[in-house]
Write a protein that binds this ligand. Structure first.
Ligand code: NAD
Length: 354
């Protein structure tokens, strides 16, 4: 089980260290886990002058699965775009053909009060957002900032989806729904954007292969509203890269903290890059206050999706439930009557609960 660890920037090294404790615990019990490490993002720029250097690329291609912290930080914001940390993340996703991003939003009953929504609206929430990750306006060419014919500067990007890209992500969504509540809601902006009108047509066609799954369609603006109004209506939501980026962050906040949510980005053979849904949180980096649970739960997803180690995945998830039930909270999910702990102590508690 060759796992490449990419700590990244900001809180990345702190939270990844906690997930490593969990994986090392499983390794000490005999699971054949082999960890290696490489820089990505700003850390890679500092060391190699590139956010996704060859050193990292070689190890990433060799690994069975990759565990990432997060990338980015204000000190890199003035770099030329191709050198910025976020480009490293886009590059590794593209390089490894990780086209399917699975982002669960699950509300742990202990954290119902951490949500800004009423507990009755969110309790029992269990949504899976399936986001296409290697296409759309984030990658479409042409793109840039130029001077137009009137001598005015303008910015432009291209929203683009090939039929094959839509088909393969639709299959991922329908197959995921078959293992859940058998409902897929496809999100588009087909009333305005031709690209997503085409998306809707292709998803509808793929649905014919999954008669046991109920397909519905929703415009992205309505989906944004419904997520805060009645989020429990959703089972699997499937959408393109930019809408998925925004909706999955919105869905994450239904659960109270972005610090709780793992994600998986898979290729066609279940090789995956696993990472928390949040960013590098430079505002709290280096203070040992970040919530490591999203990263630890990402390690659980890694065992489940890449290695088919369902029992080990559940064991980690149950350990996380136990520390929450024991009242341990990092600052982002702290409330009166619970015990505030730091990042490292939270990692230790999960290992103890394992
Ligand atoms: P962010 O997710 O890093 O932070 C948003 C807010 O949530 C901050 O207040 C932060 O303190 C808090 N937060 C995030 N993770 C937390 C955790 N584990 N525990 C406790 N609190 C947590 O988003 P941002 O501030 O918009 O971006 C910061 C940097 O991260 C930027 O450079 C951005 O480009 C980058 N980023 C990276 C990724 C990624 O690596 N996948 C994703 C999003 C943003």
């Amino acid at each position: 089980m060759k796992i490449l660890v990419l700590p990244g920037d900001g809180i990345g090294p702190e939270i990844v260290a906690q997930a490593k404790k969990v994986l090392n615990k499983l390794a000490s019990e005999g699971m054949p886990i082999e960890l290696s490490e490489a820089p990505l993002g700003g850390a890679a720029y500092d060391q190699f002058g590139s956010p996704y250097p060859e050193f990292t690329q070689k190890l990433a291609r060799e690994a069975d699965a990759i565990l990432l912290g997060a990338v980015g930080g204000p000190q890199y914001d003035k770099l030329e775009r191709p050198l910025r940390p976020e480009r490293g993340l886009l590059a590794i996703r593209k390089d490894l053909n990780l086209f399917a991003n699975l982002r669960p939003a699950i509300l742990y009953p202990e954290l119902a009060n951490a949500s800004t929504l009423k507990p009755e609206v969110v309790s029992g929430l269990d949504i899976l957002i399936v986001r296409e990750l290697t296409g759309d306006i984030y990658f479409g060419q042409p793109r840039g900032i130029r001077v137009n014919d009137n001598g005015e500067r303008e910015g432009f990007n291209t929203m683009l989806y090939a039929e094959s890209e839509i088909r393969r992500i639709a299959h991922v969504a329908f197959q995921a729904a078959q293992k859940r509540n058998k409902k897929v809601c496809s999100i588009d902006k087909s009333n305005v954007l031709e690209t997503t009108e085409f998306w809707k047509e292709i998803v509808t066609d793929v649905a014919k292969e999954y008669p046991d799954v109920e397909l519905s369609h929703m415009l992205v603006d309505n989906a944004a509203m419904q997520l805060v109004k009645a989020p429990k209506q959703f089972d699997v939501m499937v959408t393109g890269n930019i809408f998925g980026d925004i909706l999955s962050d919105e869905a994450s906040m239904l659960t109270g903290s972005i610090g709780m949510l793992p994600s998986a980005s898979l290729d066609a053979n279940n090789k995956g890059l696993y990472e928390p849904s949040h960013g590098s949180a430079p505002d709290i980096a280096g203070k040992d206050v970040a919530n490591p649970l999203a990263t630890i739960l990402s390690a659980a997803m890694l065992l489940r999706y890449t290695f088919n180690e369902e029992a080990a995945a559940q064991r980690i998830e149950n350990a996380v439930k136990k520390v929450l039930a024991d009242g341990l909270r990092t600052g982002d999910i702290f409330e009166e009557g619970t015990t505030r702990v730091g990042c490292s102590a939270m990692g230790d508690a999960v290992v103890a609960a394992l």
